[in-house]
Design a protein around this ligand. Structure first.
Ligand code: BDR
Ligand code: CA
Length: 318
């Protein structure tokens, strides 16, 4: 059983990833921590509580920070044209939902839960890395207590999606990402190199909703708006960015990895770019020296990943 804390900015593809984690039989979801990104922190937290309520998720929701780790960094606007004004595809999420967040801020929830389960926790982070960086700043020792960190983020050998250089989750808080990649915990980066190839068609999602009942039916309604956006880039379907990171936890054999230290460019025209120094290459002294070797996904069996998502989302409760 994989004990997982999900750090997320729901977010349409985040919603799919959450349902995957909730329904996969080998995953025990211990908590959901929220971060700004696809919408403001109040909205992503409200959305997490809404999905918890609608999908009967028992894990607590802890609200994260609403700004970048360096508060002086200028704010980048919300991608309402991808995720809708409400962050969940403009389905009309109620302003208030039952249930309230855990009293602890997300970074404190992360520290407490990691310390309660030394060596056991997998962090799956699919938004800005701010909560993780903040937890590391407050308690650097947690890096030695986490089993692994799987992130959706980065564009290594492909163009970015928010600038030619940068992927959105990293671009939204590059300083935080650089802290997370530089810590002594094992990080696996599931970035655009593999997620952009992994597209679920609208019709496949509709078929899942047909088989799986109310839970995926809500997901399909949430996803329509996102598919209208992504359908312009890929054939009438949704890029399942965040679910790819969740699949890695249970089926790492579906991915090819490259190992080496990772730095994030902070500032300038390549702000948010992620660059790995492969362990197989040597260079004169550089800014990558002395940092831990992390893993970047360079290959994916997209058909198998989509099949596993299909099977998991189609499971009926009980
Ligand atoms: C990432 O950015 C967010 O919009 C998505 O939810 C995903 O985590 C893709 O670049
Ligand atoms: Ca996300």
């Amino acid at each position: 059983m994989h004990k997982v804390i999900f750090d997320t900015d729901p977010g349409v593809d985040d919603a799919m990833a959450l349902l995957f984690l909730h329904q996969h039989p080998e995953i025990e979801l211990l908590g959901i921590t929220t971060i700004f990104g696809n919408a403001a922190i109040e909205t992503t937290t409200r959305n997490a509580l809404y999905l918890k309520q609608e999908w009967q998720i028992s894990a607590p929701v802890a609200q994260g920070i609403g700004e970048t780790i360096d508060p002086a960094r200028p704010h980048v606007g919300w991608p309402t044209f991808i995720h809708g004004d409400d962050g969940l595809g403009n389905i009309g999420v109620p302003q208030t939902v039952t249930g309230s967040p855990d009293p602890r801020p997300a970074h404190r929830f992360l520290i407490d839960t990691i310390r309660a389960h030394p060596g056991e926790i997998t962090l799956v982070a699919v938004g800005r890395m701010t909560n993780l960086a903040r937890a590391l700043n407050d308690d650097p020792q947690i890096a030695t207590l986490v089993k692994q960190v799987v992130i959706m983020g980065g564009a290594f050998d492909v163009p970015g999606n928010i600038t030619p250089a940068a992927e959105a989750n990293i671009h939204g808080d590059p300083e935080a990402a650089d802290i997370v990649f530089g810590a002594a915990w094992p990080v696996v980066a599931v970035g655009l190199d593999v997620t952009m190839q992994t597209v679920m068609s609208r019709s496949q999602l509709a078929a899942i909703a047909e088989r799986g009942g109310e839970r995926p039916a809500l997901l399909a309604r949430i996803s329509d708006f996102y598919i209208d956006f992504y359908g312009r880039l890929v054939e009438d379907g949704m890029v399942v960015h965040d679910s790819c990171a969740c699949v890695y936890v249970v089926a790492p054999e579906l991915f090819t990895l490259r190992h080496g230290a990772i730095r994030t460019v902070c500032g300038g025209i390549a702000d948010g770019q992620t660059i790995q120094k492969p362990d197989s290459r040597s260079f004169p002294p550089s800014a990558w020296d002395g940092l831990p070797s992390q893993s970047v996904c360079t290959g994916i069996d997209s058909a198998a990943v989509l099949a596993l998502i299909d099977e998991t989302l189609s499971r009926r409760p009980g």
